[in-house]
Design a protein around this ligand. Structure first.
Ligand code: AHR
Length: 797
């Protein structure tokens, strides 16, 4: 928007930007056309590209806050130069198709529903534009008159955003140079034991998404890569059914007689040895046992194989003979015991007789998995996660839940049952999902670590950043067609049956029992949607899903979404608006924000003003991240400060989970992450330490306190760099005081209202501000409330 003042046009600010389709390729606005309604509100349409049968439609009351965009579909394969004009109480959108014809679509007053698409003789003046000169440059657009009051709203918002931007850009790491503060700062903490309130006992959980090789090649303990020969170029450019497999001659792949229709490809083995490279090699440990298995189809012939694990120097680390005779597909297995270790071994399948046999689902698992589960999880990695004592596990994503386009939406029922019958798919993060780690395994893991399962499924729309499909429709792609919604609703209800039903009466529960879990999993929470655009397409489907679930399963707590960003983003505003207008639909909504340390320091009161009678909050994805590739002491302290505020608001915030959790070295899709790992090593981060301390030393009662930094002689406000909270665990009776000093100075706190023991044991996290390796340690001190610079401390009272 530009303003004409003193006879000159000046740029003011960008009002709205395209949210259509995938990053990098789309998200562009062409030929915007704005129109003012009789009530003063605004309607905007624009062309998104020159190859999609849709236009973008947006709505604003004040030019500052825009409702999330809708992308109405038109009849022409291209929708060029859409223009909007008001027509009584409603609107008309005219666009040009590639052949030059003009089409007209009618829109309702709310600009949510678009009907009709007819060829018309439109007046060419509709496309006339105004030309102005801004700083010597000719610019084309539309000129409108607005009142001073309206202009003030835009200006004020521009100023506010600039101010917020400056605070958000603040960093701790240059405080020592920037802030002239003494080496010791005094503060007073007044604890008010009489002022107690109940808070959530599930504040800290985990976000598990198969991103950065978190599942296949990561937590899922399978050691063979592409075990099912189902890799394809859809997963990753250049991949095919033989990726990760090697032989001295081209590997023959067939699909004529598949082991299962969901798993059509298999390899034909003649006399050549077949090698698998594993996931960056196979880490083999001396003395450990490995379960090998594969399906063989040999038309009744006998075939023997030598199965070997071979080290980097060609030495045989383990071997076993596998005798097979299979008329149809049959599974054979053997155990390999390693007589030496190697971090990057390979698997060799050596046919001992000349014969053509089909082989598929070739699998190698360490016998030692977490809790020794078959088809289990990598023991060391699962243990590091269990050590967080998460109160819940959200799975399977993130963006992976709603998927890259309608075809890639995660269907939970594709991930249960025998491994060979599960439906593999490409992963939105540019690799492959075997679904070996499927819903049964996720639920089992939750039970094993005492965490509530929080499955998150698509709310009838795929990821808004999806690329264009074959019809040229990107983003939410119009959502699951309405005709398919009843089946999708059933699919979600079946999950509840599968998890909680009685095998005596429910076919879905019988599947769970057959998989080895006759007792219910006791599912309580269900997430619908992942940071979606809160478009009309989304809202309609979300409501359609929630209503029958609420009716049939009133005890299930539904968690909705309010988009990918915090206040005052369009999706957040619309998401909360919708949530408050439909209080019966959901128990809680999922908020996401990855922000700078400055943002966290300056938004400490974010939840203080939330409506306590509205839905609860699940802060499902968050991390202090700007400017750092890896979590360090600075980001960890920002998170610790914010978590003291979350505890204070634990009556409205029910759950939080840092994101993402896992990242495999060499395969990272995202930074920073909480835990980095390779096949043999795990590196937890400062973010992990903070999450663990808040989780282990959490409570369900919050005790009020007042924290005052004695900074009267200082010209800077340090209050946003210090934090305190007191919680009590009513089950154990234990009380914890958490203190955060994010200053480059010692913080000397005198505590009033409670008496501290003379000497106490504390958990202490501290380090240089850029340190990425800092760990919490237990210390014993007679000065528990004197905190060195950059320190987080938990004191048991
Ligand atoms: O956590 C990584 C990604 O961030 C998630 O998949 C998505 O929900 C968010 O954009």
């Amino acid at each position: 928007m530009a303003v004409l003042e003193d006879n000159a046009w000046t740029d003011l600010r960008q009002l709205c930007s395209s949210d259509y389709g995938t990053w990098g390729v789309e998200k562009k606005m062409y030929h915007p056309s704005l129109c003012r309604a009789a009530d003063g509100s605004w309607r905007l349409v624009f062309q998104v590209n020159d190859r999609s049968p849709l236009f973008a439609a947006a709505y604003s009351r004040d030019l500052v806050t825009w409702r999330p965009q809708d992308y109405p579909r038109v009849s022409s394969p291209q929708c060029l130069k859409p223009v909007v004009q008001s027509a009584g109480n409603a609107f008309q959108v005219c666009y040009q198709s590639a052949d030059g014809a003009v089409h007209r679509v009618n829109a309702d007053a709310e600009f949510r529903h678009f009907i009709g698409d007819e060829v018309v003789n439109a007046d060419a003046r509709l496309w006339q534009r105004d030309t102005v000169i801004i700083r010597g440059e000719q610019r084309i657009g539309q000129i409108f008159s607005i009142s001073d009051a309206e202009l003030q709203v835009v200006r004020q918002d521009a100023r506010l955003q600039a101010q917020k931007g400056a605070l958000t850009g603040e960093r701790m790491h240059d405080d020592a140079q920037k802030l002239s503060i003494p080496s010791v700062i005094n503060a007073t903490l007044t604890v008010l034991p009489q002022q107690e309130k109940t808070i959530s006992d599930k504040l800290i959980g985990i976000f598990f998404e198969d991103i950065s090789y978190a599942a296949d090649g990561g937590l899922y303990a399978e050691l063979i890569q592409n075990r099912d020969f189902e890799y394809s170029a859809k997963d990753h450019r250049g991949w095919n059914a033989t990726t990760a497999w090697h032989s001295c001659r081209p590997i023959e792949i067939d699909t004529k007689h598949p082991l299962h229709p969901n798993n059509p490809h298999y390899a034909i083995l003649a006399l050549d040895t077949l090698w698998n490279e594993g996931w960056d090699g196979i880490a083999v440990e001396k003395g450990k046992k490995y379960d090998f298995s594969m399906f063989v189809f040999a038309g009744g012939q006998k075939q023997d194989f030598l199965i070997q694990l071979v080290g980097q120097q060609g030495q045989v680390l383990a071997q076993s003979k596998l005798r097979t005779r299979a008329s149809d597909w049959q599974q054979f297995s053997t155990v390999l015991t390693a007589k030496a270790s190697d971090e990057k071994a390979r698997l060799a399948i050596i046919p001992l007789k000349a014969a053509h046999v089909g082989i598929d689902m070739i699998s190698l698992f360490p016998q030692e998995t977490f809790m020794n589960r078959k088809n289990g999880l990598r023991k060391d990695l699962a243990q590091v996660i269990a050590d967080l004592h998460p109160k819940f596990v959200r799975f399977p994503g993130g963006c992976m839940s709603h998927g890259q386009g309608l075809e890639n939406i995660y269907h939970w029922n594709h991930t249960v049952g025998p491994l060979e019958s599960r439906v593999p798919d490409f992963n939105i993060w540019n690799y492959h999902q075997t679904r070996g780690l499927g819903f049964f395994e996720y639920f089992q893991f939750c039970e094993d670590i005492g965490a509530e399962p929080l499955p998150v499924l698509a709310a009838g729309v795929p990821c808004q950043n999806s690329a264009n499909n074959a019809e040229g429709i990107g983003g939410q792609q119009g959502g699951i067609p309405m005709t398919d919604m009843p089946a999708y609703i059933d699919e979600i209800c079946h999950l509840i049956e599968w998890a909680n039903g009685d095998p005596a009466t429910s076919e879905w529960a019988r599947m769970r029992a057959a998989a080895g879990h006759p007792k219910p999993f006791n599912l309580k929470y269900l997430g619908l949607g992942n940071e979606d655009i809160i478009s009309t397409v989304f809202e309609e489907r979300y409501e359609m899903l929630c209503k029958p679930i609420r009716e049939r399963y009133p005890d299930i707590k539904i968690c909705g979404t309010v988009g990918p960003f915090h206040s005052p983003s369009a999706d957040y505003m619309e998401g909360w608006d919708f949530t408050k207008k439909h209080p019966d639909l959901q128990y809680m909504v999922d908020e996401h924000y990855y922000e700078s340390t400055g943002w966290f320091m300056h938004n400490r009161d974010y939840y203080d003003h939330y409506d306590r009678s509205a839905a609860k909050v699940y802060l499902g994805e968050w991390a202090a991240s700007t400017n750092v590739k890896r979590p360090n002491v600075e980001t960890a302290l920002a998170e610790a400060l914010y978590l003291t505020d979350i505890e204070r608001n634990g009556d409205v915030v029910e759950m939080t989970s840092y994101a993402p959790m896992l990242s495999k070295d060499g395969h990272s899709n995202w930074n920073p992450d909480m835990i980095y790992f390779s096949n043999t090593h795990i590196r937890t981060t400062p973010a992990y330490e903070i999450q663990r301390l808040f989780s282990v030393y959490g409570g369900d009662r919050y005790i009020s306190s007042e924290f005052k930094v004695q900074s009267s002689k200082l010209d800077v406000d340090l209050s946003h760099r210090v934090g305190a909270s007191v919680v009590r665990n009513s089950k154990t009776g234990k009380c914890y005081l958490k203190l955060v000093n994010a200053l480059p100075a010692t913080l000397n706190i005198s505590v009033e209202g409670i008496t501290l023991p003379a000497t106490v044991k504390c958990q202490q996290f501290t380090g240089a501000i850029d340190d990425q390796k800092a760990k919490a340690v237990e210390i014993e001190t007679s000065e528990p409330t004197t905190l060195p610079p950059y320190t987080f401390r938990v004191i048991e009272l």
